[in-house]
Write a protein that binds this ligand. Structure first.
Ligand SMILES: NC(=O)C1=CN([C@@H]2O[C@H](COP(=O)(O)OP(=O)(O)OC[C@H]3O[C@@H](n4cnc5c(N)ncnc54)[C@H](OP(=O)(O)O)[C@@H]3O)[C@@H](O)[C@H]2O)C=CC1
Ligand SMILES: CC(=O)N[C@@H](CCC(=O)OP(=O)(O)O)C(=O)O
Length: 350
């Protein structure tokens, strides 16, 4: 590979593909190659991503192996199912980043139960800060790989919020409750009645309630990797009127004899030195606005003594640390360049 990393983006007309392109445009080593999609093939990128000025005149091509050939990296920002089909046609030596779910789960039965289709297989998982049993981190497994399954956005927020307590054995992983406030861009661009502005503006709407959300097995997989014997998660997402952002409130029973100081120390030490995951100073709580446009996850933790639970709150931008930023962070690790290249930690405010 030359010093320039040539990157093709499939799904360039969508939200995740658009964010990938925004970040790649600022990456010191990346060069944007082919842009592909489906119904929008043949039109200009500027018709779909008018905020991406430097790429506005580029033509979107169909998503075929021929168009995606000859790149160092191919990003698949496609719906579930579509990415698995395209991936099998790409050369082994190309680094493929799947932003969809097709290759995240290791258990085919979990895939079939929650996605209702045949399992495409499992790839190295692109959450560098994931804690693994024995003190390792997932970043150690990404050097040199050529296939990366980029995690779900909700999964990223929930995992980063609660994994320090699970890995340190301070909370009961069978009693995790997660409630999330989610921005609308997480649902993608396709039109659905409940996503119309008339339905969503000024309203908060729960969805996938009662253990049905397809991110549940992925969260369980992550927390099991962190060393938990039995993980049970009650997961409830809520759409709130904002375009980007996830605020995940995750609580779990505190195991007997653990002090609030031990809890705080576990969270601080889990993320000590991490460039993109920060535990905020005591008393300061994350908000989605603090992470807008940034590859950061901001975390806070408290002990609710009366309820006997640890409560964590994590904010991310679903399109950055929840998708495209995380993908670039993993790409950097796979290619052996600075993990932070092209990624910012500063949000956009107010
Ligand atoms: N939005 C988010 O916050 C996150 C998204 N993701 C994942 O990223 C992926 C893309 O999501 P998102 O950008 O939100 O979705 P969008 O609906 O906004 O975009 C989908 C993109 O995929 C293209 N596409 C659809 N079907 C096909 C096909 N059969 N072959 C080739 N291209 C196709 C579309 O092209 P066209 O417009 O031309 O039809 C479009 O470019 C999904 O797997 C999603 O789950 C992951 C984490 C967070
Ligand atoms: C608001 C909203 O609908 N969010 C989506 C986010 C899913 C996502 O983008 O993650 P995947 O890559 O796994 O699809 C949801 O909760 O299903």
């Amino acid at each position: 590979m030359s010093s320039t990393i040539r990157v093709a983006v499939a799904g360039a007309s969508g939200y995740a593909g658009g964010e990938m392109l925004r970040l790649l445009a600022a990456h010191p080593l990346a060069e944007v190659g082919a842009l592909t999609a489906h119904t929008s093939a043949g039109s200009l990128l500027g018709a779909h991503q008018p905020h991406l000025r430097s790429l506005a005149d580029r033509v979107i091509e169909p998503t075929t192996p021929e168009v995606l050939a000859g790149h160092d990296v191919v990003v698949l920002a496609l719906p579930h199912g579509a990415s698995g089909e395209v991936a099998v046609q790409l050369p082994d030596e190309t680094l493929v980043l799947d932003l969809g779910a097709d290759h995240r789960l290791t258990d085919p039965r979990a895939w079939e139960k929650f996605y209702g289709s045949a399992h495409a297989g499992s790839w190295p998982y692109g959450l560098p800060e994931l804690l693994l049993a024995g003190g390792a981190r997932q970043r150690d497994k990404l050097a040199g790989v050529r296939r990366i399954a980029v995690p779900g956005c909700n999964v990223t927020a929930v995992t980063l919020g609660v994994q320090p307590g699970v890995a340190a054995g301070l909370v009961d992983p069978a009693g995790i409750v997660a409630v999330l406030a989610n921005g609308y861009s997480g649902a993608g661009k396709s039109l659905k009645p409940h996503l119309l502005a008339a339905e969503g503006l000024g309203s908060a709407q729960p969805y996938a309630v009662g253990g049905t959300h397809r991110h549940i097995p992925e969260i369980i997989q992550n927390l099991t990797s962190a060393g938990a014997p039995e993980v049970r998660v009650s997961f409830t997402p809520t759409l709130v009127p904002m375009s980007r952002g996830i605020l995940a409130t995750v609580s779990a029973p505190l195991l007997g004899g653990t002090s609030a100081e031990q809890v705080r120390e576990a969270w601080l030490s889990a993320y000590d030195g991490e460039p993109f995951v920060q535990v905020l100073p005591e008393g300061q709580w994350p908000s989605t606005a603090m992470t807008l446009g940034a590859n950061t996850a901001l975390v806070q933790v408290a002990v609710d003594e009366a309820a006997g639970r640890v409560v964590t709150v994590t904010a991310i931008d679903n399109l950055v640390k929840g998708t495209a930023g995380q993908a670039i962070q993993s790409m950097n690790l796979a290619l052996g360049i600075d993990e932070t290249a092209g990624l910012g930690t500063e949000g956009v405010a107010p």
